[in-house]
Design a protein around this ligand. Structure first.
Ligand SMILES: *Cc1c(COP(=O)(O)O)cnc(C)c1O
Length: 495
């Protein structure tokens, strides 16, 4: 059966893929999930012969079933072009016996580009298909990387505008500079005084505000989301798990059917959920290793079955993972609850009211594909240095969290399965943390001051994305209190 999309929180109603992409979030506050996970038409051996764009088509056509072949191929061609600095799009690099899947070769040098370079095209195509004439307002909360990737994707895209909220004191200097220098007459960037969870809750509240939706409609606007809750973000991420597995197969590193592990540095649980979907499409996966930083709410969840966000929010050197409410986990909860919308809604309601919920033993038993792990700030820094000293490879802090968790896991279990680590950002994005992990003498120096030094140490060229912002003028300087997010949006749209 062809997948349609339904909400995780109520029964009955289904929508098409293009409608789910347009809405972002279901009306009941739930997330859209496919009614079934499709399998691929071609064998993995055949997919191993395809390039990234062709692989993307094989995966996406199974999920976006109301797009024509021409529409989908057109979206893919526009997304995965020379905005990426390598033809492979997502190269797999072997270091020290482990495979690093580099997802940072796009316009903003973080893995968010993998999905956000195609989302605007999926969205505008969806609008056309559904005869939408309103201007689509993309409202986004960011822990640093989504914001810039979404801004870059949507800048000057006809029929859309984008407003990004970020925690003023919770992103790296390079991340902030990337956002506040964004060009495009339809872009707005706003810092908030709260943290990422505050930004995300504020955005969710606006999406769920029926009154606001009505006022917007009267003025010819409607909201959509570029956050990873949008199914148009999730599905493009499934592609690189299929792609990386088939690269190993094509190179003869793994035999047909031989399982691989994926290690994913995790925040909102979108990236690793995509790996889980890839597994459900038939990719032979051993373990899905979910790596957290000191905000280890997911590690505790996998250990105990209790999700509890009542704890201090810690600012770490891997800020894109500084998250206590992992929104996409709801899709996994729904799955392991036997697709029971009532049970899912109850748990999400207790998360909203008490900040926690507990899964049943039956549900917990279905989490055996996953292994949770976490790395402290010291372990993350030590891993950057260990791998650099051994191989000369310089990785960013998020990737290092995953790499550290994997090495601890391997030592503990003796698991020798081939392993792919999702490498989610370029080290240039977090220069100070990366360089001071390699050598103490860089401590306290600024991200910008270290760019040229990083080039020497890593032997990889300064990416265009970094070169551009070194001298670009600041175009956005709005800061608001968390409580005033809606007022700010109303002001921007002239409501
Ligand atoms: C967003 C992000 C993550 C976390 O990914 P999720 O899909 O939110 O779990 C990890 N690393 C980097 C660099 C990111 O930008």
């Amino acid at each position: 059966m062809e997948p349609m999309y339904r909400s995780t929180r109520s029964e009955g109603k289904t929508v098409t893929a293009s409608q789910a992409i347009l809405k972002g979030l279901a009306e009941d506050g739930g997330l859209f999930v496919p009614t079934s996970i499709p399998s691929l038409d071609k064998s993995f051996a055949d997919i191993a012969k395809l390039n990234y764009q062709e692989t993307a088509y094989e995966v996406m056509k199974k999920f976006f079933t109301d797009f024509t072949e021409e529409e989908l191929k057109n979206c893919i061609t526009k997304a995965y072009d020379d905005k990426f600095d390598t033809k492979e799009i997502a190269p797999l690099v072997e270091k020290d016996g482990t495979y690093y899947l580099e997802l940072f070769h796009g316009a903003t040098i973080a893995f968010k580009d993998m999905a956000l370079s195609i989302l605007p095209h999926l969205l505008t195509t969806s609008a056309k298909k559904n005869h939408i004439t309103n201007e689509i307002v993309i409202l986004t909360a960011t822990s640093g990387d989504t914001g810039k990737a979404a801004l870059a994707g949507f800048a000057d895209v006809e029929g859309t505008s984008i407003i990004v909220f970020y925690p003023k004191n919770g992103v790296s200097r390079i991340q902030e500079r990337q956002m506040v220098t964004q060009k495009g007459k339809n872009t707005k960037v706003v810092g908030i005084t709260g943290n990422f969870d505050d930004a995300q809750s504020g955005v969710k509240a606006m999406f769920n505000n029926k009154e606001l939706a009505k006022t917007m409609a009267e003025k010819g606007y409607q909201f959509s989301s570029a956050n990873s809750i949008n199914i148009g973000r999730l599905v493009p991420q499934v592609v690189y798990y299929v792609y990386s597995y088939t690269r190993l197969l094509g190179q003869g590193v793994v035999k047909e059917g031989e399982p691989v592990n994926f290690v994913v540095p995790t925040g909102n649980f979108g990236n690793i959920l995509a790996a889980y979907y890839a597994k459900n499409m038939g990719v032979p996966v051993g373990k899905l290793i979910c790596a957290s930083n000191e905000n280890k709410v997911l590690f505790d969840f996998f250990e105990t079955g209790v999700y509890d966000k009542n704890r201090d929010f810690i600012l770490t050197t891997s800020p894109s993972m500084d998250i206590l409410i992992s929104s996409n986990l709801e899709r996994l909860i729904f799955k392991i609850a036997g697709e029971n919308a009532k049970a899912t809604a109850d748990m999400m309601n207790s998360l909203a009211t008490d900040g926690k919920y507990e899964v049943t033993d039956e549900m917990k038993a279905q989490l055996k594909d996953f292994v949770g792990g976490w790395a402290s700030e010291e372990e993350c820094a030590a891993e950057i240095k260990r791998v650099y000293d051994k191989t000369g490879y310089v990785m960013d802090t998020h990737t290092a969290v995953a790499s550290a968790v994997y090495h601890a896991y391997k030592e503990k279990t003796g698991d020798t399965a081939k392993t792919i680590i999702a490498s989610t950002a370029s080290p240039y994005k977090f220069g100070t943390s990366v360089m001071s992990a390699i050598d103490e003498k860089y401590k306290g120096m600024d991200d910008f001051a270290l760019i040229d030094e990083l080039e020497k140490v890593s032997g990889t060229k300064v990416p265009k994305a970094v070169e551009e912002i070194r001298s670009a003028p600041v175009l956005h300087d709005t800061v608001c209190e968390t409580e005033d997010m809606q007022k700010t949006v109303e002001g921007i749209l002239g409501l």
